[in-house]
Ligand binder design. Structure first.
Ligand SMILES: Cc1cc2nc3c(=O)[nH]c(=O)nc-3n(C[C@H](O)[C@H](O)[C@H](O)COP(=O)(O)O)c2cc1C
Length: 176
């Protein structure tokens, strides 16, 4: 299966995850580059689309789309990628490093509603959604501390234990 990792990252965690995935899967990787990369405007619905991709989607069996969640949303750069390329995408897996914990995934700002939105947009083409919540890399007493969640980035030093096991499971599944 020929995979392509496409990612958007504002503060680095999803770039870290995307690069790690591309290395584990020995596949190509490209950043999604919004024409106007201003998060608070994109969050407010002001998104002018993305710059043209260098990759040819027709060359790949599966796109692994990686990016954060903001205010409970499937963020604009990722959504506009899906809307623009839906017909060319054969299969897609959505992967996110987000602030929401597994315990709170079905709340308003959790990853659950976003996964359901991705499923609705892509139907059968969506083969998997996987979350790598920041609380997984925090010590027990900091997991629910929103300041710690917001300022922590994934890196080689903290990508251990449960999050690394989840990652290995995803890689295995994507290798098919
Ligand atoms: C303004 C803002 C809003 C956010 N809203 C959510 C949210 O609703 N749900 C969530 O799980 N994480 C939320 N987060 C946390 C990000 O998803 C998380 O920090 C992510 O790892 C950032 O990815 P990046 O470093 O690749 O940009 C928010 C972060 C910011 C800055």
């Amino acid at each position: 299966m020929k995979n392509l990792v496409l990612y958007y990252s504002q503060t680095g965690s999803n770039r870290y995850l995307a690069e790690r995935l591309a290395a584990a899967l020995h596949c190509d990787i490209e950043a999604i580059r919004p024409v106007w990369d201003v998060p608070f405007l994109m969050m407010a619905g002001l998104h002018l689309g993305n710059k043209k991709l260098r990759s040819r989607l027709a060359d790949y069996d599966c796109v692994i789309l990686c990016g954060p969640i903001w205010v409970g949303q499937f963020i604009a750069p990722l959504r506009s990628f899906v809307n623009k390329h839906r017909d060319e995408i054969r299969q897609l897996a959505f992967v996110t490093s987000c602030g929401s914990s597994d315990e709170k995934k079905d709340e308003k700002f959790g990853y659950g509603p976003v996964f359901r939105q991705v499923g609705r947009l892509l139907g059968d083409k969506c083969i998997r959604c996987e979350a790598f919540p920041i609380p997984l890399v925090l010590p027990a007493d900091k997991k629910t501390d929103s300041e710690s969640v917001m300022k922590t980035r994934l890196n080689d030093g903290n990508f251990k234990g449960e999050i690394a096991e989840r990652f290995e499971g995803l890689v295995k599944a994507l290798k098919g």
